[in-house]
Design a protein around this ligand. Structure first.
Ligand code: GLA
Length: 739
C-alpha cells in the first residue's frame, strides 16, 4: 500500500515539477537561452565573439540536457567568413556576410557596416527580450522571443532603435532568421492567383535561395507568407517538419536559402524591395512577428499545431466570447453576391433573407452595391452612405426584418479604396497612393487610398464607426480588390516616402483594432478578391477570411486542402453556390456542393430564391446536420487522409474533436475510372479503446460496416464505402460518436 502510494506521489510530483519548469530559461554562466513548449525546444547562446548564435531547434530535450557551447563556425577557405557561416539569430549586414541579412542599414555618413553583438537580456512572459548592439554605433536591436507552452510555437520579432545623433536608413529588416540542421529537405509553400489560390508546391531544397514574397503592398494571392520544410520526402503524418508563418499584411519576403555548405536558413520580414525606412534619433521600428514551430508528425502534425495555435492565440474574441478558450464557431451565413451582384435593393434582399432563414442560416450578409452611386464597379467606392434609390428608408427595414427572422446582419465594405467617380475622390484627389504628375493606374476602376496618411486613416475610421453606430451590424466583410501601383506619399520628404510600406499596414491594424474596441461584438471577415489578404497579422483582428472567389465545389477541394496547411478551417469560409458554376461551367449536385463547403465554415451564396422545394429541403437537412458537428469540423484536429491535389481520383478528410468523443469524415470522388472502388479510409486520432457509433450525414458506408466499433477498428480496419459510391463528383460524409 505504502509502495503504491509513494510511486503515485512520485508521478504526481514529477508532473508538478514538469509543469513548474519555466518555458524560458537563461543560464547566465554559459549565456545560453532555452525555450521549451509542447514537443519543441529552441536554444541559442552568445558565442566567443559576442554574436547570438542558434544552437538547437527541434524535438523537446530533457530538462537536464546541456547543449554544447556556442562556438563560431570555423569558416571555409578564405572565401567564406566565419561571420557568414555562423548561424546567427539576427545578423547585421557587415563584416563579409553573404547570406541573407536580418538587418541592413545606411548611416548618414555613408557607413553601411553593421555588426550586432549581445548587450543584455531580460525575461518576459514565456520568453526573453535580448538586446543586441552594433560594435561601435548606437543601433540597438531588441529581439523578442515568446514560446507557446502548448504547441511549442515560437513568436519572434525585433525592435530596432536608433540612439545615434543622426538619422539611419533601414534598407532591410527581418522579423527573424531561422536555422535548420544540415540535411536533405523538401520545401512546401503556397502560391496562386485570383480564383486559384492556395496551391501547395513541394520541392526539394537545392543550393541557392527560394524567394517567397509579395511586392504588392498587401499579402497577395500570388504567395502566402507560410512555409514548411520537411526532412526528406513530403509525408502527411510522419517525419520532422519546421514551419513558420509571418504575421504581416503588407509587402513581405521570406527567403529560404541553402548555402554553399548546405546549411539552411529562413529569413523573413518586411520586403526589402523598394524599402527604406528613415529612423530618426530616438525612433524605433517594430518588425512583424514571425512564428515558427516544429512537428515530428509530418505536415499534418505541423498544420494541427498551427490550427490550435491560431484558435487559442491569434484569433480575436468579441466581448460576448471573451472568456472562451477559442472563438465560437462561425455563424452559418448567407451572402447575396453571386445571387444579385450589384443589383441589391430592399425588397430583393428581404426575399433572400426570408428564404435563408428557412434554411437554418444564422447570419444574412448584403454584399457590394448598397452604397453611394454603386451600380457597377465604376463608381461609389469611398462614399459610404446608403444608396437612396435602392434603400429609400435606409438599411433599417432590411436589418429589422433580418433580426425578426432570427438572424444577425452583415455588410460588405471596401474601406481602403476609392473610385475616381465618387464624391470622396472629387473632394480629395490627393488622398490616393500616387506619384504627382504621373499616371494613376486603375484596376477594377479604383485607386488605393493612402491609409498611411493620418487624415485618410481618420476618415476611414470615423466613416466605419458611424456606419456601425447608426446601424445594428454584427459583421463586416472587409474587402480589398486591387494591389498597389505608384506607391508615393508626397506629403513626406522624398527620402522618407517609402515609409508607406510600414505605416499603411500599421494604420490598417490600428483602425481594425479601434473599431473592435468601440464595437466589441462586431465580427470581421478579411477578403481581398478572395484570398489576397490572409496571414497571421490580419487574423489578429478578423474572425474569418474569404479564401477564394472561386466557389466551384470541385476546385474548392484543392483550395481548401492547400489553405489548411497554414490556416484553421474555423476561418475558412465556404459558400454553396449555383450549378453550373460561373467559372468552370461545371455542373454538380447540391449534395456535392454542400459537402464540399461543409469541410470549412459553411455559408450559402446561391440564388436561393430560385431553389425548388427539394433543394430547399436538402440544404435545410444538411445545414442542421452541420450545426451538430460544426465545432468538430472547424476546431478539431484535421487529418488530410487523401489529398485532392494532382488530379487525384479521390479525396478525403477527417477531423477529431479535442476529447476524441466525435469525428467527422468527408469523402469525394472526382471521376471513377476503371470501376475502381473508393479506398478504405483508415481513420486517425481516435481513442483505440473507446467505442464509436457510425452515422451517415450523406451517402452510405458498405452494408457490412458495423454501426458501432472501437477506435482501433476504425483506425486499423478502416471505414469502407458502399459499392454504389462511384461516378463523377460524388460525395459522402459520416460522423462517429463515442458511446
Ligand atoms: C470581391 C469579393 C467578392 C465580392 C466582390 C464584390 O471580388 O471577393 O466576394 O464581394 O468583391 O464586388
Amino acid at each position: 500500500m505504502l509502495k503504491t502510494f509513494s510511486a503515485l506521489w512520485l508521478v504526481v510530483a514529477a508532473a508538478a515539477l514538469a509543469a513548474a519548469q519555466p518555458a524560458a530559461r537563461f543560464d547566465a554562466s554559459s549565456k545560453e537561452f532555452r525555450l521549451d513548449g509542447g514537443n519543441a525546444t529552441y536554444v541559442f547562446g552568445v558565442n566567443s565573439r559576442g554574436e547570438l548564435q542558434q544552437l538547437y531547434w527541434g524535438g523537446r530535450l530533457a530538462e537536464s540536457d546541456k547543449l554544447p557551447a556556442a562556438v563560431p563556425d570555423r569558416g571555409w577557405a578564405s572565401f567564406d567568413s566565419s561571420y557568414s557561416n555562423t548561424p546567427q539569430e539576427y545578423a547585421g549586414w557587415g563584416a563579409g556576410l553573404f547570406v541573407e541579412p536580418a538587418l541592413k542599414v545606411t548611416f548618414g555618413d555613408g557607413n553601411r557596416d553593421l555588426i550586432l553583438h549581445y548587450d543584455s537580456n531580460r525575461e518576459t512572459k514565456n520568453g526573453f527580450d535580448v538586446v543586441l548592439k552594433d560594435i561601435s554605433r548606437k543601433i540597438f536591436v531588441t529581439l523578442h522571443y515568446s514560446m507557446d507552452p502548448q504547441t511549442g510555437i515560437l513568436a519572434r520579432s525585433a525592435t530596432i532603435e536608433n540612439r545615434e545623433p543622426a538619422p539611419v536608413t533601414i534598407e532591410q529588416a527581418a522579423a527573424a532568421a531561422w536555422a535548420l540542421p544540415r540535411g536533405h529537405y523538401t520545401l512546401n509553400y503556397l502560391t496562386g492567383r485570383w480564383a486559384g489560390e492556395w496551391n501547395l508546391t513541394q520541392e526539394t531544397l537545392h543550393p541557392g535561395a527560394r524567394v517567397l514574397e509579395s511586392r504588392r503592398g498587401s499579402t497577395s494571392h500570388q504567395a502566402n507568407p507560410w512555409f514548411a520544410i520537411q526532412s526528406g520526402e513530403p509525408d502527411e503524418e510522419h517525419g520532422e517538419v519546421w514551419f513558420g508563418a509571418l504575421a504581416w499584411s503588407g509587402s513581405w519576403r521570406i527567403t529560404v536559402e541553402q548555402d554553399q555548405l548546405d546549411a539552411v536558413r529562413v529569413t523573413g520580414g518586411f520586403n526589402p524591395f523598394d524599402f527604406g525606412y528613415v529612423l530618426h534619433p530616438g525612433e524605433r521600428l517594430e518588425t512583424p512577428v514571425f512564428y515558427g514551430g516544429y512537428s515530428a508528425h509530418g505536415l499534418g502534425g505541423a498544420s494541427r499545431l498551427l490550427h490550435s495555435f491560431e484558435l487559442h492565440n491569434i484569433l480575436p474574441r468579441t466581448e460576448k466570447t471573451a472568456s472562451l478558450p477559442v472563438p465560437r464557431p462561425r455563424p452559418v451565413l448567407y451572402n447575396s453576391w453571386e445571387a444579385t451582384e450589384f443589383n441589391v435593393n430592399e425588397a430583393g434582399q428581404i426575399a433572400l433573407a426570408e428564404k435563408a432563414a428557412a434554411l437554418g442560416v444564422n447570419r444574412f450578409v448584403m454584399d457590394d452595391g448598397w452604397f453611394g452611386q454603386r451600380k457597377n464597379d465604376h463608381a461609389g467606392l469611398g462614399d459610404w452612405y446608403v444608396n437612396p434609390q435602392k434603400f429609400p428608408h435606409g438599411l433599417k427595414p432590411l436589418i429589422d426584418r433580418v433580426h425578426a427572422l432570427g438572424m444577425d446582419f452583415g455588410l460588405w465594405v471596401e474601406p481602403e479604396m476609392v473610385n475616381p467617380d465618387s464624391d470622396l475622390y472629387r473632394k480629395h484627389p490627393d488622398w490616393v497612393l500616387n506619384f504627382p504628375g504621373r499616371p494613376r493606374n486603375e484596376e477594377r476602376n479604383q485607386l488605393v487610398l493612402n491609409l498611411a496618411r493620418e487624415d485618410v486613416k481618420d476618415y476611414v475610421l470615423s466613416t466605419l464607426d458611424k456606419l456601425l453606430t447608426e446601424n445594428d451590424i454584427a459583421f463586416l466583410k472587409w474587402d480589398y480588390n486591387r494591389n498597389w501601383s505608384e506607391p508615393g506619399w508626397d506629403q513626406l520628404p522624398p527620402n522618407e516616402q517609402k515609409k508607406v510600406y510600414v505605416t499603411f499596414t500599421h494604420n490598417l491594424y490600428s483602425i481594425l483594432s479601434e473599431l473592435r474596441r468601440r464595437h466589441p461584438n462586431v465580427e470581421i471577415e478579411s477578403c481581398s478578391g478572395g484570398g489576397g489578404r490572409v496571414d497571421l497579422g490580419i487574423l489578429r483582428y478578423t474572425d474569418e477570411v474569404w479564401p477564394s472567389d472561386n466557389t466551384d465545389p470541385f476546385d474548392r477541394l484543392t483550395i481548401q486542402d492547400g489553405f489548411t496547411y497554414a490556416y484553421t478551417p474555423q476561418v475558412m469560409m465556404a459558400w454553396v453556390t449555383d450549378s453550373p458554376h460561373w467559372l468552370n461551367s461545371r455542373s454538380t449536385s447540391l449534395e456535392y456542393r454542400m459537402l464540399s463547403s461543409m469541410q470549412g465554415s459553411l455559408g450559402i451564396g446561391a440564388n436561393i430564391a430560385k431553389w425548388n422545394d427539394d433543394e430547399t429541403a436538402l440544404a435545410k437537412r444538411l445545414i442542421a446536420a452541420y450545426h451538430e458537428v460544426q465545432p468538430t469540423i472547424t476546431q478539431g484536429d484535421l487529418y488530410r487522409l487523401i489529398s485532392p491535389r494532382n488530379g487525384s481520383e479521390f479525396s478525403a478528410t477527417q477531423t477529431v474533436n479535442a476529447d476524441k468523443s466525435q469525428s467527422v469524415v468527408f469523402a469525394f470522388i472526382h471521376s471513377t475510372q476503371e470501376g475502381r472502388g473508393f479506398p478504405i479510409l483508415k481513420l486517425k486520432g481516435l481513442n483505440p479503446e473507446a467505442n464509436y457509433a457510425l452515422t451517415s450525414i450523406e451517402g452510405k458506408a458498405d452494408s457490412r460496416t458495423p454501426t458501432v466499433a472501437s477506435g482501433a477498428y476504425w483506425m486499423n480496419h478502416g471505414l469502407e464505402m458502399g459499392p454504389g459510391f462511384k461516378g463523377d463528383f460524388q460525395a459522402a460524409a459520416f460522423r462517429l460518436d463515442r458511446k
